[in-house]
Design a protein around this ligand. Structure first.
Ligand code: FVH
Length: 292
């Protein structure tokens, strides 16, 4: 039954691309939904679908036991939350804005000092995926608030509770973004190399997908080695990788393709080898990140 009669009212602060998608998912799931955005006009479509537009952030928060905030950055969140001391008591604030773990902890401390419950979260999905199982959302902070609103949050996508530390969601988001950017940079560097020889990126893409799949399969063993801080070579040694890294640097230079990325990778491996890890497996490079 999506009539809205028995559904928990929710509020959404921030109606950028992501906020619109979040509010839209709540409206479609039948939740009486109150929305607010700094700039007027962005609520119109949602209002046409049945949402109510609040005149202020405080009015929006007061309208529901659960408020989701999704704006540009944590500085904007800090300013929006400032006047909420009087209304947040007994309510749950979920912040899905990208930020830092320290910022999340400070905001959590502030909201809970005011008598509210705070969940920090991260969305690992594009707006189009919100409301489907393809969207991955993670939350950290007040467990009771996560449990109380599990059904509402589940309506936004697959939801995972990470732990009581408010900072965990931001840390997971940072780790996933690091992974994605490094993966994409590797693909784009490879595409530039092949492009210099006239090979289109579309020809490279299928092989790149296979290589990413192969690396994905290595992750469980690498993760175990990282946790155990022990790196016996599983496939090849760092010294073998180092030789091939030299080829990548040479190819990049010969073809006039930016060499910063391969030189950085080579420098990490050289440092590891110089510290006596040349006979270890690739996962030993984690020590170069742990102790830069
Ligand atoms: N879009 C995506 O794919 C992702 C994926 C995963 C993580 N995010 C994060 O979500 C946050 C919002 O992103 P967004 O895509 O909705 O961003 P915009 O479309 O640019 O909308 C930004 C909204 O923030 C409002 N805003 C900005 N500054 C302030 C402020 N000082 N006070 C109040 N509101 C502010 C802005 O309002 P307006 O410009 O319309 O008045 C928009 O509503 C972000 O953290 C992503 O990293 C997105």
């Amino acid at each position: 039954d999506n009539s809205g009669d028995d559904r928990t009212p929710v509020s959404v602060i921030g109606l950028g691309m992501m906020g619109q998608a979040l509010a839209g998912a709540f409206v479609r799931a039948g939740h009486p939904t109150t929305v607010w955005n700094r700039t007027a006009g962005k609520a119109d479509q949602l209002v046409a679908l049945g949402a109510r537009e609040a005149g202020s952030v405080a009015e929006a928060v007061a309208a529901a036991p659960l408020t989701v905030v999704c704006v540009l950055d944590e500085t904007a969140v800090g300013a929006l939350v400032e006047p909420l001391e009087a209304v947040v008591r007994g309510r749950v604030l979920v912040n899905l804005t990208s930020g830092t773990s320290q910022g999340a902890r400070e905001l959590g401390e502030r909201v809970e000092r005011w008598g509210g419950r705070y969940l920090d979260g991260a969305i690992m999905a594009v707006p189009q995926a919100v409301g489907t199982d393809e969207a991955v959302l993670v939350y950290s902070g007040a467990r009771d608030a996560f449990d109380r609103h599990a059904e509402e949050l589940r309506g936004l996508g697959g939801s995972t509770y990470l732990g009581a530390d408010h900072g965990l969601s931001s840390l997971f988001e940072a780790a996933v973004l690091s992974l994605m950017w490094n993966l994409l940079n590797g693909f784009l560097h490879g595409a530039a190399l092949l492009g210099a020889a006239g090979v289109p990126a579309t020809t490279f893409a299928p092989l790149a997908r296979t290589a990413i799949g192969t690396v994905t399969g290595w992750l469980p063993d690498y993760a175990r080695q990282v946790d155990e801080r022990s790196y016996p070579p599983l496939d090849s040694t760092l010294d073998t990788h180092l030789a091939a890294m030299g080829n990548l640097v040479k190819e990049s230079e010969a073809l006039g393709v930016g060499g910063e990325l391969p030189r950085f990778v080579q420098a990490l491996a050289e440092r590891a080898a110089a510290s006596g890890r040349g006979g270890d497996g690739y996962a030993a490079l984690v020590e170069q990140f742990r102790e830069p």
